[in-house]
Design a protein around this ligand. Structure first.
Ligand code: GDP
Ligand code: MN
Length: 349
């Protein structure tokens, strides 16, 4: 008796609500991972975590890029781990090599100076492949053929971790809010890796008659520009977690600035990170409201963690992080500062 009533009620319900087609309601988006074959097992751990905390509800695709061919073992295990399509791409050699205009001997001299710095070497001072990586992430990944089909990406690195359930579709959130960029952690750069980055950046703006963009209340210039020192304040979005609009990264405005910076060969003579490069460009080009800080996402890329302070958020999203480790309000985090400069001047602390 009762069973039948339940069945009838259920079938009425099914008829009343049209079936949801996830392909229609999803955004045109993918995860994006640059990695090596040797990253396989830390990557599998991270994929399992991102699938459990978010993607098992949405089945977004994953794109993996490498400067050498992925092994069959890598492709088999990774394809098996994801709930969307997995795509594996090779980076064209011209996007992962020292440009012909770089004087390689000079580059090695600068590298030696950085390695033997009397105040201690900076991370990756001695690595050419790290320099390729930073240049690639700054100006090439979004042009790879496997990413051309997509409008939004979420960058992931092997070894990173999500601490909370993400029950809403953050890609849709990017789309509906028309955000061009999203981040979780932000911090300050080692000045020794970018001695002339800001000088060139400013020079470019001056030469193209756009230096007003550095003193502008409608963009994010205050996030990166210290007017009192007429210099970069070292704040940058931490690019190991970033969501973004690929069409924006593929725009002429973004790429002319990247091309100019690249033409100075600072990625090789110095050791420019993709994070400060991306952050400088975004901060002058985007209008307030176009960058989203994902403050409720629990996230870790060693050594920093973002953990929601609010207990109700942590309970609702089953977070497993310690709020005592939250990085947001540390002096070397720029996230609290981002929140402040995102407001119109009259509303600030
Ligand atoms: P860090 O976060 O700045 O310490 O740099 P990582 O070592 O995490 O590198 C950033 C991203 O680039 C990670 O996703 C790495 O897997 C990837 N990566 C770094 N170097 C290489 C490389 O030589 N080849 C490939 N294919 N990926 C790399
Ligand atoms: Mn990393």
């Amino acid at each position: 008796g009762n069973d039948n009533i339940t069945k009838i009620a259920d079938s009425n319900l099914t008829m009343a609500i049209p079936p949801q087609n996830p392909a229609i309601s999803r955004a045109n988006a993918t995860f994006y991972v640059l990695c090596r074959n040797t990253d396989l097992y830390s990557l599998l751990e991270t994929i399992q975590n991102y699938e459990d905390r978010f993607n098992r509800q949405f089945h977004y695709d994953w794109v993996f890029l490498n400067d050498v061919e992925f092994t069959q073992e890598f492709i088999k295990l990774v394809t098996n781990a994801v709930s969307g399509d997995a795509k594996f791409g090779l980076i064209p050699q011209e996007h992962w090599s020292i440009p012909s205009t770089v004087d390689v001997d000079l580059m090695h001299q600068y590298m030696d100076l950085m390695i033997n710095d009397p105040d201690g070497s900076v991370p990756y001072a001695d690595s050419v492949s790290y320099r390729h990586m930073c240049r690639f992430e700054s100006g090439f990944f979004y042009r790879h053929e496997l990413l051309l089909d997509y409008k939004y990406y979420w960058r992931v690195e092997p070894g990173v971790k999500l601490y909370c359930d993400i029950s809403n579709d953050v890609f849709k959130e990017m789309e509906e809010g028309d955000y061009k960029y999203g981040f979780s952690l932000s911090t300050i750069e080692y000045p020794k890796t970018i001695p002339s980055l800001f000088k060139y950046f400013k020079h470019y703006l001056f030469e193209t008659k756009q230096d007003h963009l550095l003193l502008n209340d409608t963009n994010y210039s205050e996030f990166i520009y210290d007017e009192s020192k007429d210099d970069y304040n070292m704040c940058h979005f931490w690019t190991n977690f970033e969501l973004g609009n690929l069409d924006f990264l593929r725009s002429v405005e973004y790429n002319v600035i990247f091309e100019y910076l690249d033409s100075t060969n600072g990625f090789y003579y110095e050791r420019w990170g993709d994070a400060p490069v991306r952050s400088l460009i975004l901060s002058v080009l985007l209008r307030k409201g176009q960058i989203k800080r994902f403050s409720e996402i629990g996230y870790k890329h060693a050594p920093y963690t973002q953990c929601p302070i609010s207990e109700s958020v942590r309970l609702q999203n089953r977070c497993s992080c310690d709020p005592g480790e939250d990085f947001t309000n540390k002096w070397y985090s720029c996230s609290w500062y981002f929140d402040n400069v995102s407001l119109p001047k009259i509303h600030r602390l």
